[in-house]
Design a protein around this ligand. Structure first.
Ligand SMILES: [Zn+2]
Length: 300
């Protein structure tokens, strides 16, 4: 009896120490070296431009599922993939596959963070690597999974790498349509082209529709990045990007969104949008800044 009491005491002390040391774990940092390696692979010639339905697209998808798992994402509704059917612009029936994982939060209120992993594929012998569009957003999802799996968020964060965006936002449309949990989604944060700009500028689009989100973004540390607003007011002279990427289907269902993206550039939808032309410091800066935005929205 005496010795078992002693054992219990030792156990309690050990438990106390392990709890204390857990509390002292420093806040995780963003692994920007791994971010660059993920960008390099996703936009490499191996994935052949990641056109929906292609072999290269499958290679990219399998890589994403592995990386989502490695960094600690849990499957979403029991699986890491979400298959859907759609018609392409030629009217042909096609199948797309989204990659989805989640980091459970302290509540079941959800923030959905999205990027698209498909791109244009190949034309003749040219590979359209789509490093900025949108390997940049896709690699960022992996970095955020790594970060939040070490530091539990308040909201449950669902990370969706959509397929067939380039064929008309098909992956996002299917996700929104098939979602049985849309009433739990507080907002969508969409990343599409976050790595290529000569003036350190990127836009946060959506505050025209959801002005309550603007003060949150005004309050974040943007580092070296110039965060601009606009491209969401139909009356402005800037193009309206409200339906330009995967945040569109969320907005259509009344889900608030913020879309981060750079202005169109000389490499946009050209084969020169590849890993070699990405300004890496700018890219690391936008990924860091968007992390600060996610952390701020997670506090709401
Ligand atoms: Zn894109």
């Amino acid at each position: 009896m005496k010795s078992s009491l002693k054992l219990l005491l030792v156990f309690i002390v050990a438990l106390f120490i392990s709890c204390t040391s857990q509390q002292e774990t420093p806040t995780p940092s963003l692994d920007t070296d791994r971010l660059i390696e993920d960008l390099r692979f996703i936009s490499s010639d191996t994935t052949e431009g990641r056109r929906a339905g292609s072999e290269g697209n499958r290679i990219a998808r399998e890589y994403l599922v592995e990386r989502f798992k490695e960094e600690g994402a849990e499957p979403f509704q029991g699986t890491y993939t979400h298959e859907f059917n759609f018609r392409n612009r030629q009217g042909e029936e096609m199948t797309g596959i989204n990659v989805i994982g989640q980091v459970p939060g302290k509540t079941d209120s959800v923030i959905v963070i999205t990027a698209h992993y498909d791109h244009l594929g190949m034309q003749d012998s040219l590979i359209f690597n789509g490093a900025d569009d949108d390997a940049s957003g896709t690699a960022a999802l992996i970095a955020y999974i790594d970060y939040f799996s070490q530091d539990q968020p308040n909201h449950t964060l669902v990370f969706a790498a959509f397929d067939a965006e380039e064929m008309g936002l098909q992956g996002a449309r299917a996700f929104v349509q098939d979602s049985i949990f849309l009433d739990k989604v507080k907002m969508n944060i969409n990343l599409d082209m976050i790595a290529q700009n000569d003036s350190n500028e990127i836009y946060a689009v959506g505050t025209y529709h959801y002005p309550e989100l603007k003060p949150v973004l005004d309050g974040i540390d943007t580092g070296q990045i110039n965060l601009l607003f606009g491209h969401d007011d139909p009356d402005s002279e800037l193009d309206d990007w409200t339906y330009a990427s995967d945040h569109g289907p969320f907005h259509q269902q009344g889900v608030p969104f913020i879309y981060f993206g750079v202005a169109d550039h000389e490499h946009y939808h050209r084969h020169t949008d590849d890993f070699g032309t990405i300004p890496q410091e700018f890219y690391k800066g936008t990924v860091r800044m968007i992390l600060n935005a996610i952390l701020a929205f997670d506090e709401l």
